[in-house]
Design a protein around this ligand. Structure first.
Ligand code: PLP
Length: 458
């Protein structure tokens, strides 16, 4: 029986690490809407983006036509430190659930930063170095992106200034220390080191911060400091492009065994891991070569896809960034402080937003206590302590497997295990102590965010 031949871990060989990223936009009939200049409401040109972003990253951002983009050799070399990442057949989880479903997960937590974020961090640091820059600025929420970027910057000897959402800065002191160990400076956001930070602090004293605030601060510092540019760990097209390495490897590993997933599941914050995991599968779907059910999982406390509006919005709270058309809760939306994990961003990748709008993928939202229940079950049977963000995908993978148990269907489920949760023990502690609560924003809460959407009549 072919089935029993599938090993617990499917590793590719080093020479099977992809040498090109896959750009799903090339195969999309309806391209994601362009970034707009908030002043003119015209699509942002490369020249207009140049003070903020690195040149080659801008070219990738605006490239809707090339399906494959070469991964520079220096990045391929770095990838060899922690890639190919394993694709794991979750035999233990299947047994624990007593399900006929076959569950696979692609594990991206096997590097010091602890998540998939390193795949894009190293690419962005490489292009910044190649351009001769002194350093980069960024925001980080739960801290994985900041950690990944500090590792990447130290590898290429670049300065790295991280604005970290205040609630995480306080809850995750150890992640902050990892960043500092790699030479980054870490400032809690909102801070009084920027004009926009001061303004936000004056308007919302005591705020625990949001990714939108931290982005505004990081952009302000980048554009006002010579030799610096801003880099972002999610949402943008270029980040999804770099993350396609996840999906390309996962597909290559499954293809070796002739396995085709029925359902592909990923957590969605700004959309980078999900966009990366689904990229080659979505490509097949768009070209009419295969069909897959693709599910984005987001927190019920920050439900951009499931309760947001598909509209042009600011990417940041300070409204200094270009406008992106995406599913959004409004750039002023700040998730409730009891929300423990990442996935706190108010918007969603415009590529995924377009795919969702066109009915090519689904989205669902889950509450955090149910997420931690799934995380705990997974940790106990599969041996990996998952990040809270990744556990959103675990929750839905388990639910789908349990449905198979009821119906007897032997579906193949693939999900993205984006990272480990060792630095998220405050959240685990709350769960273990039984004091974790769920907060689902009311329609009234959401209306406040929607009221701040820019009026864009195109
Ligand atoms: C472990 C992990 N998974 C998932 C995410 C969500 O980000 P994205 O939607 O860009 O993949 C994050 C974001 O910080 C993360 O740290």
């Amino acid at each position: 029986m072919a089935e029993t031949k599938i090993p617990y871990k499917i590793y590719l060989k080093e020479n099977e690490i992809p040498t090109k990223w896959y750009n799903v936009r090339a195969d999309m009939k309806n391209k994601p809407a362009p970034l707009l200049n908030p002043g003119t409401l015209k699509p942002m040109t490369a020249e207009e983006l140049a003070p903020v972003f690195c040149e080659e990253l801008i070219a990738q951002e605006l490239n809707d036509t090339d399906a494959y983009i070469d991964i520079p050799e220096e990045i391929q070399d770095f990838y060899k430190m922690y890639r190919p990442s394993p694709l794991i057949r979750a035999y233990f989880l299947e047994k624990a659930l007593d399900t006929p479903a076959k569950i696979y997960y692609k594990f991206e937590g096997n590097n010091t930063s602890g998540s998939h974020k390193l795949n894009s961090a190293i690419a962005q640091a490489y292009y910044a170095k190649k351009q001769g820059l002194k350093g980069v600025t960024t925001e980080t929420g739960a801290g994985q992106w900041g950690t990944a970027l500090s590792m990447a910057c130290s590898y290429f000897d670049l300065d790295c200034k991280v604005y970290m959402v205040k609630v995480s800065y306080e809850q995750k002191p150890f992640r902050r220390e990892v960043m500092r160990t790699y030479g980054a400076s870490v400032t809690p956001s909102p801070s009084d080191t920027t004009q926009i930070g001061k303004k936000i602090l004056a308007e919302h004293p005591g705020t625990t911060g949001s990714l939108g605030c931290a982005i505004s601060e990081a952009v302000e510092v980048a554009v006002s400091t010579e030799g610096y540019r801003y880099v972002l760990g999610s949402v943008l097209n270029q980040v999804l492009l770099h993350q396609s390495v996840i999906g390309l490897e996962a597909k290559a590993a499954l293809d070796k065994y002739g396995v085709k997933p029925d359902i592909i599941i990923g957590c969605a914050g700004g959309g980078s891991n999900l966009g990366g995991l689904i990229a080659p599968f979505m490509g097949e779907k768009l070209r009419g070569e295969a069909d897959y059910r693709i599910v984005a999982v987001e927190p019920a406390s920050c439900p951009s896809f499931t309760r947001g509006k598909f509209a042009y919005d600011f990417c940041d709270t300070g409204m200094v960034c270009p406008l992106a058309k995406m599913y959004t809760l409004g750039s002023g939306f700040i998730p409730s402080a009891n929300h423990a994990g990442g996935l706190r961003y108010h918007g969603m990748s415009s590529t995924l937003s377009q795919l969702y709008h066109d009915g090519l993928m689904e989205a669902t939202s889950v509450e955090q206590t149910a997420v931690f229940e799934a995380a705990e079950k997974f940790a106990r049977v599969e041996g990996i302590l998952p990040a809270p963000e990744s556990s959103h995908a675990i929750r839905v993978a388990i639910d789908e497997a349990l449905k198979c148990k009821e119906t007897g269907e032997e579906k193949t489920i693939l999900f993205g295990l984006t990272g480990t949760g060792y630095f998220d023990m405050v959240a685990y502690e709350k769960y273990n102590d039984g004091v974790m609560t769920d907060y689902i924003p009311t329609d009234e809460d959401l209306e406040k965010g929607f009221a701040g959407l820019p009026k864009v009549d195109l």
